[in-house]
Design a protein around this ligand. Structure first.
Ligand code: UT7
Length: 326
């Protein structure tokens, strides 16, 4: 049976670093607090002239180069983002234009931090159905443009970046084994950017009320994420008759080191099987999982036949997993 196989990965992080010590000079916070509560030491910030499609373009070029493919070889481009260049057109269309990928269809996915894993599921379904053979999937974000730099409870958490994969149809043994998508819209209010859409169109009032910035109830998200991830990982492993010890690599959305450590401990996985880069990049939302995947692939830490579990959670709420046999 046809399935999707990741044949190449790529990522791009802007050069500019913003450290916890830089934040100490800007707001009432400390390196100790941020490190202890989140695991973050620094994050990358896009240059003024850069937009999300530019970050996606750099990550995509790296993935195409690794695959030895041209943009014209792509049938479909999916970008997972909530910080697209504009409300429309889709950032995927802007990326298509930058790449000059003339034969591809293009659209965006909005599942906030779970967007990339949702995208893997969508791409896998298209490939299994025989609709498309080769898909570029990108997670790209510039949260530095939507965070409230005066809100110390959120502004220290996020960073900018992009990660990309190229998926190809295969009838071999390796590829995406299974995906699981979950949502709970009743919890939409605990992570949202309310302004600028049809409910609160831009006005002086929405600006005054700071509705164009991200709002998050961190504690509630933390609790919901830990609970959701427990069930998700159990269900994913059970469905595929796998024991945690059979996983070679666990890649969790990089939102908080404590959430990552709790998930690893519960599974009895040693931390050397768990990817952690939140210290360097903070929470890059939909970009966090593909950036982490690119890092382990480039470091040669995955080999053929390895099981890799990807998991993410975020606004919506949404949460999702993808089990991959490399
Ligand atoms: O990717 C999307 C999903 N998002 C997440 O997964 C985020 C999940 N949540 C979290 O990671 C954590 O809840 C946070 C890191 C956001 C917050 O950590 P916490 O341990 O839940 O802290 P808290 O919100 O309970 O705040 C504890 C104290 C408060 O002071 P009081 O009320 O105890 O006096 C805050 O005002 O820490 C204070 N605080 C800060 N202090 C220094 C909050 N932010 C800061 C800060 N620097 N930046």
């Amino acid at each position: 049976m046809l399935k999707a196989k990741i044949i190449a990965t790529g990522s791009y992080l802007p050069e500019k670093r913003l450290t916890n010590f830089d934040f100490e000079k800007m707001i009432d916070t400390s390196d100790d607090w941020i490190t202890e509560r989140t695991g973050i030491k620094e994050r990358r910030i896009a240059e003024d002239g850069q937009s999300t499609s530019d970050l996606a373009y750099e990550a995509s070029k790296n993935a195409l180069r690794q695959a030895g493919l041209e943009a014209d070889d792509l049938d479909l481009i999916i970008v997972a983002t909530v910080t697209g260049d504009m409300i429309f057109p889709a950032t995927a269309c802007l990326l298509q234009n930058l790449l000059s990928a003339k034969k591809a269809a293009a659209f965006d996915i909005n599942a906030v931090c779970s967007g990339f894993v949702y995208g893997l599921s969508v791409a896998n379904s298209f490939i299994r159905a025989g609709t498309y053979k080769r898909i570029l999937l990108v997670g790209a974000e510039i949260y530095s443009r939507i965070i409230d730099w005066e809100d110390r409870t959120t502004c220290i958490l996020f960073g900018d970046g992009a990660g990309a994969v190229i998926l190809e149809a295969t009838d071999g043994d390796s590829g995406i084994v299974s995906t699981r998508l979950c949502s709970d819209g009743s919890l939409w209010e605990i992570l949202t950017l309310p302004g600028g859409g049809s409910k609160y169109p831009p006005s002086e009032e929405t600006i005054r009320k700071r509705l164009h910035f991200l709002k998050m109830n961190g504690k509630e998200i933390f609790k919901a994420a830990v609970k959701a991830l427990q069930t998700l990982v159990d269900d994913t492993l059970k469905e595929n008759n796998l024991k945690p010890s059979q996983l070679s690599v666990l890649i969790l959305h990089q939102a908080n080191l404590r959430i990552i450590q709790a998930a690893a401990a519960r599974l009895g996985l040693p931390m050397d099987k768990v990817v952690v880069n939140i210290d360097k990049y903070g929470n890059t939302s939909a970009a966090s999982v593909p950036i982490a995947l690119d890092e382990v692939v480039r470091a040669g830490k995955v080999k053929e036949g390895d099981y890799i579990l990807l998991e993410a959670f975020g606004g919506g709420l949404t949460w999702a997993s993808a089990l991959i046999k490399w």
